[in-house]
Design a binder for this molecule. Structure first.
Ligand code: FES
Length: 649
């Protein structure tokens, strides 16, 4: 029998196949990425291909008419009922009759690339853990008695080569009605990360399966509802973490748990309810049923991790900060309170790196991929604790540093959470020492004639984390604060905005009648402590890595997205680097969660990477204290900051 030259595009994979070979078979033999849900029955249309015509001189092939067989009865029936786009063929029905170049369109590829992250991150390539498999199951037979589940397993083995799949009891309860409703044809959702059946649908399931990528933060919970076939985000949303009423920051929630018997259970219950409610709301927004959510990926810091799991976080509040487990977790959704999703839905929680470096930091490492690049990169996720990662493809190190909540506006005299009305940007004229500022919710600066009108709804309510960082850095550049962090007197500084409040001076940022916002000496001290801790953590990792300079600094997290690199460096929060090489990664943890949701290989990758990351404990490192003391000066007692001074002069 004659064989023919077959080339698949865009992969360029090629081979020779006998006349009559189905295109899907040729694709599978060559390892071409061509989807199929129905297993070649001609009903799912996932295997669509587009044969080329004419001369492909670069490929050395000329395609003659009739290179693929004519429509057979199955393909004709599909085309009549459902319609194929012009030129498209069902790969499982069309057979090879001559030399041919076959294009596999993006929607027929399982491993399609769906998104390239704007900043430093790597693209998401679809390889979802959950895939659909249509099977025909033998009907029960009195003469050959066996259970419906056993015959379903036989069908999956025979038709899809799938073996040893586990089934949870809630799904087993659905099996018999589903099989009978589908007249012994059923679509099975299989989680290939766990070799487990997670949903059953009568007949051929055509609607997409859905997954949730959840970034469970101590302040907000953000989630993306994703199509597990295309990777597209169907809906996104967030809610405040309801645990806030038990404590603003992580340590106060750990304290709440220590001081109140059953406090951990209260916090577990409210966060689980919030997650489930968010799943329902996102599904409603996307116009789908939350019951079609078959898996979720959750990233969170260690305290959130333990409270979600129902593990008392008390050990995380005291040295040596032992985690109950640092491994990645594969759980049923109902075990973490997600009850509105599919009954046998699964949850994957990324591994934690260390006692204060959680699954959220692991997700940042996954999204930013410093392990796949050469530049020496520092990644900083600033929160109550700063989570810091340093390294490149040779080596990665991580630590956390106790910055406290000052960078989030707490412990600051007029501090507040980032919300409308909060001062978020500050500039101070170095000559007149007069400030101007912007508040969240308005694009106008305070010296704009329309500012009062633009902010009349929100008012001016306080100063948030990015605002206090800019204020202190601007005060330093304007000579209002010296390198020790002392605010000068009105005479020293040359402005009546420096006022004696108690025994120290404060700088008046804004006043309106009785209402005033100062930057006090206490505020400066709080920022000095926080920034010294952050710098010392980063510097400690640099010591361990044996480097003195950084190629890149990435500021992760919501706070990182708002922070000004120049002001952060003027303060000495971060080590010196080229200012243009300091970037914000946005919500890198959320992106990492989405990667792990859409690509099961990303899960194996981050689990292996976390095992390789060297954990440095700042609390017991002798040089941490040394770095901390030197970093108390603004920007630093001894470090020269050459890039910063080049920028400022
Ligand atoms: Fe389902 Fe071809 S594999 S239609």
């Amino acid at each position: 029998m004659t064989d023919h030259h077959v080339i698949f595009m865009p992969s360029g994979k090629r081979g020779r196949f006998l006349t009559g070979t189905p295109v899907l078979t040729a694709a599978r033999q060559l390892g071409v990425d061509l989807d199929s849900v129905c297993g070649g029955r001609g009903i799912c249309s996932k295997c669509q291909v587009q044969p080329g015509e004419g001369s492909f001189s670069k490929l050395g092939v000329t395609v003659q008419p009739g290179a693929l067989s004519d429509f057979n009865s199955v393909e004709r029936r599909y085309d009549e009922k459902r319609g194929l786009k012009p030129g498209r063929r069902l790969g499982c029905q069309a057979t090879i009759q001559g030399d041919v170049v076959i294009d596999v369109p993006a929607e027929s590829q399982v491993h399609r690339q769906v998104v390239r992250k704007a900043a430093n991150g790597i693209p998401i390539v679809m390889d979802p853990a959950t895939r659909l498999h249509f099977v025909t199951v033998e009907e029960p037979d009195m003469d050959a008695p066996s259970g419906d589940l056993e015959r379903l397993r036989d069908a999956l083995r025979a038709q899809w080569n799938l073996d040893d799949l586990s089934v949870a009891l809630p799904l087993l309860r659905q099996l018999q009605p589903v099989l009978r409703a589908g007249k012994w044809q059923v679509t099975v959702a299989v989680n290939h990360d766990e070799n487990r059946i997670t949903a059953l649908y009568p007949g051929l399931r055509e609607a997409p399966l859905l997954g949730l990528a959840i970034d469970l933060g101590s302040t907000t919970i953000a989630a993306h509802l994703c199509d597990l076939t295309t990777g597209k985000v169907r809906a996104s949303g967030g809610v405040m973490n309801p645990q806030i009423r038990f404590g603003e920051d992580l340590m106060s929630r750990v304290s709440y748990s220590m001081m109140n018997p059953g406090g951990d259970v209260e916090m577990t219950n409210v966060v689980r309810d919030a997650l489930d409610q968010l799943a329902v709301e996102l599904a409603a927004e996307a116009g789908v049923d939350a019951g079609d959510i078959v898996e979720s990926v959750i990233v969170c810091n260690p305290v959130m991790h333990h409270l979600l799991l129902g593990v008392d976080p008390v050990e995380l509040g005291q040295s040596p900060f032992a985690l109950a487990t640092s491994d990645a977790l594969r759980l049923s959704a109902s075990e973490v309170g997600l009850t509105s999703v599919a009954v046998a839905a699964r949850v994957y929680i990324l591994p934690c790196i260390a006692g204060h470096v959680g699954a959220d930091a692991a997700a940042v490492a996954l999204a930013e991929a410093p392990d796949q690049d050469d530049p020496m990169t520092l990644i900083v996720d600033v929160g109550t604790n700063a989570e810091i990662i340093l390294g490149n493809r040779e080596r990665l190190l991580a630590c956390s540093s106790p910055t406290g909540p000052a960078f989030e506006g707490a412990q600051i005299s007029a501090g507040q959470r980032a919300a409308p009305g909060a001062i978020e940007r500050v500039e101070i004229d170095p000559v007149t020492k007069e400030p101007r500022f912007r508040v969240i919710g308005s694009d106008l600066w305070s010296d704009d004639p329309s500012f009062a009108e633009a902010t009349k709804d929100s008012g001016i309510t306080g100063i948030c984390g990015s605002g206090i960082i800019e204020a202190v850095a601007e005060m330093r550049m304007a000579g209002i604060v010296d390198s020790k962090g002392l605010i000068g007197s009105p005479v020293q500084v040359g402005t009546s905005r420096c006022e004696l409040v108690g025994r120290t001076h404060s700088y008046l940022l804004w006043e309106d009648g009785e209402r005033r916002i100062h930057v006090t000496q206490g505020d400066i001290r709080a920022i000095q402590l926080a920034k010294s801790a952050l710098y010392a953590g980063a510097r400690l990792l640099m010591d361990e890595a044996g480097v003195d300079t950084l190629d890149k600094i990435t500021l992760a997290g919501a706070f990182g997205a708002h922070i000004s690199p120049k002001h952060a460096m003027v303060l000495g929060m971060i080590p010196d680097a080229e200012l243009s090489h300091i970037t914000s990664a946005g919500n890198a943890a959320g992106h990492g969660a989405r990667m792990a949701l859409c690509n099961k290989g990303a899960r194996a990758h981050i689990e292996a990477l976390v095992r390789k990351i060297e954990k440095i404990e700042t609390a017991v490192a002798p040089r941490f204290q040394e770095h901390f003391v030197a970093a108390n000066a603004i920007p630093h007692a001894t470090a020269p900051f050459p890039h910063l001074f080049a920028e400022l002069t």
